[in-house]
Design a protein around this ligand. Sequence first.
Ligand code: CP
Ligand code: NVA
Length: 299
Amino acid sequence: MKNLLSIEELSAAEIATLVNEATKLKSERGNHSSQPLSGQTWAMIFTKSSTRTRVSFEVGVRELGGFPMFLSSNDIQLGRGEPIKDTARVLGRMVHGAIIRTFAQQDIIDFSEFSKLPTINALTDDEHPCQILADLLTVQEKLGGWEGKTFAFIGDGFSNMTRSWMWAAKKLNFRLNVASPKSCQPPADFLKLLDTDQVTVMENPAEAIKGADVINTDVWLSMGQEDQKEKEAEFAGFQLNAELLAGAADGHIVLHCLPAYRGKEISEEVLEKHADVIFQQAENRLHAQKAVLVELARA
Ligand code: CP
Ligand code: NVA
């Protein structure tokens, strides 16, 4: 594996390897036998806000022997219009890897091509692969695996999170019901590209949740959509609350990538009832991303 740009481009075997490596790294935390990033500097270029991704990568790079260099786009020339391909060619001559959070997926593709550095997608408008790896680790820990499980995603049906989950369902062969207002459902050309029977898109959240083992939601307005407040009205009825969860399978778990907006996509009651798993999910960002760093350092 040379880069982690999307779940779309990962194979089932690569995903399983990363989740297993993350489990091992989690159990060995504080006692790692090797420091695969020793002597390396990894640039972290972020053009969007972050708590979990930033902290988990800064800690993870350090724990593997490397030095994380956080570069807010406000502070570097990229923020003043220097092209990504020029930024990439400069950093490619100085650092050893790059972790990028931005808007356009094409920017991280261009960065990896022009820099020739191992490049990690730390969230774009299209995908959030690091989050999905942490979520799969959490599902494995809580439910013993994803095989034969039914997943439901309630909310924005075409966000970075939903898109990454849809690719994961296809690759790993689990059922995923996506319930979303019509205006936020994945378009036909995406579903054609996805080309799987594992994903069903619907408008009724209760139908999506019926018998589901893993129920997932995310913010209604992703970063960059803050000026579309009027869209929130379309999500009436899509809040994860006790009434909606009544139809889920016995022993179901609730996931939320965070940050959460209580009273919008999830009720206070449901978030707090499932907080142990949701914050385990947040912690697992660290372990899953260390697995990605180890794999990229190996390539
Ligand atoms: N879930 C997630 O990526 O959180 P941050 O935006 O805080 O990094
Ligand atoms: N869909 C959300 C995920 C945040 C981690 C966003 O892009 O803002």
